[in-house]
Design a protein. Structure first.
Lengths: 241, 241
């Protein structure tokens, strides 16, 4: 957590967020009020936060990772933009950026995001699945490294299977894949496998995947530890004889 | 800067990096040795750092932003992987992630990276320009938000012009674009314009661009300040009558 995020939390009077993320934010003072809610209620949570701030309170909306990446900043701005509520006009707003899961997973194994990459959510709660497939296909055609968020849950087990099918049709089975689970928490795990080895059954909502490009390399150091990186150079394949 | 990065810097005996980034790392103690070098010498810098570490020194290699994103972590791993040097075997390695420019630029104006996005470098020093064009075209076809790094310099002024041409052919001229310059430094500036308004002459190596998708929205609050966000929802366009 950055010092700016810590400061925002420490100086808040009200803390609004998904129960789990509020818990991860660390110790709070007894006079700080917590407004914890279920994960699906982003817009309602944004309204609550704006109402509290409009009433004069100093409010923090908590996300895990970076609030600007698949998280609460969009929800707060959407509510501000779409719902004309003059009471909110006086609320001043700051977005405090943070490390997103893909960066933390990447750092644990090396630098798989060292070259061009994309960040996609596999959740089709808020967008059509056809769009997700199209984005995966174009990302593969562009030979980008892919960071995949929200890869699946018991409620939607087939999305990650379908995404892996697409990837295996178009990318080498030996492509390095990094699986990070519960990133930044005490029970965090990171695993390096090949694309062919990924087991969709092992993947859940708390997993972030990084799928290498054609250039991403895996190597093992003398101590037996494996590392993954995407080199800064991309060869000019058309220049080959 | 995260506390982990601050701690790594504070406890280092040797600091290796591009002169400007070493200066940005803040105050150093007199006994800390600085090995500053020119920007282009990434692999040589990585070798220097590994040699120092192999000699028993505690070394930090400094990048701006996230060392795992277009920065020094890939260079260090590439040297470790490609150059068999048994002296380096005993060196233990940690990558300390940080906020990358796109995240900081995004946070200043709202949440333009709130939905699927890609991060591309426009520098053709290390990859063929044809690949960069292809990646831009696929990113546009996938309707991803684009974060563009290394958009140009006096030495290569035409790349950003060509990228903007491609973008204007395929994306609406009213698409919100965010220009961040000298992000995270004292003279930082952020500007929101439309795709049609971007002036390539204003863009240099120290600029990061965020180009909205078809869904990215700009709005103005009562105080006259503009904000940009990409909503969490993507409409099912095929469902329209």
């Amino acid at each position: 957590m950055t010092p700016a995020a810590r400061y925002a939390l420490d100086s808040a009077e009200d803390i609004v967020g998904y129960t789990t993320y509020v818990r991860l934010a660390g110790a709070l003072r007894p006079e700080q009020r917590v407004h914890a809610s279920d994960n699906r209620q982003e817009l309602e949570r944004a309204r609550t936060a704006l109402d509290l701030a409009a009433s004069g309170r100093r409010v923090v909306v908590v996300s895990s990772g970076d609030p600007g990446i698949f998280a609460m900043a969009s929800a707060v701005l959407e509510v501000l933009d779409q719902e004309a509520n003059p009471a909110w006009d006086a609320v001043s707003l700051d977005i405090v950026p943070g490390l997103t899961a893909a960066q933390v997973v990447a750092s644990r194994v090396g630098a798989p995001l060292g070259h061009d990459f994309c960040v996609l959510s596999l959740s089709d709660n808020l967008k059509p699945w056809a769009l997700i497939e199209r984005r995966i296909e174009y990302a593969i055609a562009a030979d980008l490294v892919l960071a995949l968020y929200n890869p699946g849950s018991q409620a939607r087990p087939w999305q990650i299977k379908r995404a892996l099918e697409l990837l295996l049709q178009l990318r080498a089975p030996t492509t390095p894949v990094v699986l990070g689970r519960d990133v930044g928490r005490v029970d965090e795990t990171t695993q390096i496998v090949t694309l062919a080895e990924v087991n969709p059954e092992q993947i859940d909502m708390r997993t972030t995947l990084i799928i290498g490009s054609s250039q991403t390399r895996r190597f093992t150091r003398a101590d037996g530890e494996a590392w993954v990186y995407t080199p800064r150079c991309y060869p000019d394949l058309t220049a080959d004889a």
